[in-house]
Design a protein around this ligand. Structure first.
Ligand SMILES: [Zn+2]
Length: 66
């Protein structure tokens, strides 16, 4: 099983999803997001590293926004 780090196109928040999903729900803005390859920030098969990766990419996206 591999995982994707994806970015919500509505609010810019970052979360992890299973690869192969057609859509996902953003925990932050609550909107349903249709999956698109351009939303992928990172791919990994290491489930244990997901929280760290999400945190890391959240930081990056916050820095870019401000
Ligand atoms: Zn969102």
């Amino acid at each position: 099983m591999s995982y994707l780090i994806v970015k919500c196109p509505h609010c810019g928040d970052v979360r992890a999803v299973h690869s192969g999903v057609k859509s996902f729900q953003c925990f932050t803005c609550g909107r349903r997001v249709k999956f698109h390859p351009h939303l992928i920030l990172y791919k990994t098969s290491d489930r244990d590293s997901l929280p760290l990766l999400v945190m890391k990419f959240k930081e990056v996206s916050l820095k870019r926004r401000s």
